[in-house]
Write a protein that binds this ligand. Structure first.
Ligand code: NAD
Length: 283
């Protein structure tokens, strides 16, 4: 894929899915501004891509601070002069417990980054794309939690449902101006976030058996989808959520209880926000 001459903005770009997408998009020859809080890793990624002859620029920002989020698009224009693509990926899982035991502080923290900062980013990205008058492609990070609930993850699940609402609304409002807006909805992707939720790689390995494709995802699985959504190859695709879950949500939950190799996650001690078929079989 060749995206020469295009400029992409990627949030949460210093780790996990965002970092893989920074590499993937840079290697299409697009110019990339990537945002994160980890200055050290941001500079390392920037230097590595510069050594490869790529145009990548790290921008340090805490997107939970609205004033910092509001500056990101202006900085992108300052550095590379235009904006064609955006991947609003930064997010947190928050803490997991049953809804009645959740705190308002956790609600505010999760919604601040997963929803409000994404909303602010979208506003500024769309304004810029309208000024340029040549359309664009925006991809928002949702989750399989945007379709289905997981016990203990009500706030995260609600935040990812909200991402779909913003995605569909913007897609219908700005489709006439050539701005496409989609979401990606990954299931279980091997990143630090999922390791923390499950308590390490062994627990993630045990998840593989419940995925029809018999593995959990890697960040590149999502990065490749974002590259397609940015490109003109997806030019008729807008207002949608692209599910990337190895078939997890295609199967009936009950079918899982009959598989002898299904892990019993009662022992894992962790509740996942993103892996949906993990509840202990009821029969
Ligand atoms: P990750 O923790 O590596 O990535 C999250 C990124 O968001 C980090 O780089 C982090 O620094 C950034 N971020 C968080 N708060 C921020 C803030 N206030 N300001 C700036 N940056 C901030 O984990 P990941 O799995 O790569 O997650 C990326 C996105 O993918 C998240 O939105 C997550 O909800 C979503 N997701 C992940 C999975 C999975 O299985 N890993 C599945 C579905 C959706």
């Amino acid at each position: 894929m060749d995206l020469t001459g295009k400029v992409a903005l990627i949030t949460g770009g210093t780790s996990g899915i965002g970092q893989a997408t920074v590499y993937r998009i840079s290697r299409t020859s697009a110019k990339v501004v990537f945002v994160g809080r980890d200055e050290e890793n941001g500079r390392l990624i920037e230097a590595e891509l510069e050594d490869e002859g790529r145009d990548a620029f790290f921008l340090r920002a805490d997107l939970s601070v609205p004033d910092e989020a509001r500056e990101v698009v202006a900085e992108t224009i300052h550095v590379f002069g235009r904006l064609d693509y955006a991947f609003n990926n930064a997010g947190i899982s928050g803490s997991n417990r049953p809804l009645a035991e959740q705190s308002e502080a956790n609600f505010d923290e999760v919604f601040q980054i997963n929803v409000k900062s994404l909303f602010i980013m979208m506003q500024h990205e769309i304004h810029q794309m309208l000024v340029q008058g040549r359309g664009g492609s925006i991809v928002n990070m949702a989750s399989v939690g945007s379709m289905l609930a997981t016990p203990g993850a009500s706030i995260y699940v609600a935040s990812k449902h909200a991402v779909i609402g913003l995605t569909k609304s913007a897609a219908i409002e700005y489709g006439p101006q050539g701005i496409r807006v989609n979401a990606v909805s990954p299931g279980s992707i091997r990143t630090e976030m999922l390791r923390e939720v499950f308590g390490g790689d062994d627990a993630l390995n045990r998840l593989e058996a419940i995925h029809p494709i018999r593995r959990i995802g890697i960040p590149d699985d999502v990065a490749n989808a974002v590259a397609w959504l940015f490109s003109d190859q997806s030019s008729y695709y807008t207002g949608q959520s692209l599910v990337l879950d190895g078939g997890l949500t295609a199967q009936r939950p009950m079918a899982q209880s009959r598989q002898s190799d299904a892990p019993d996650r009662q022992g894992s001690g962790a509740q996942s926000s993103d892996s949906l078929m993990l509840s202990r079989p009821t029969s």
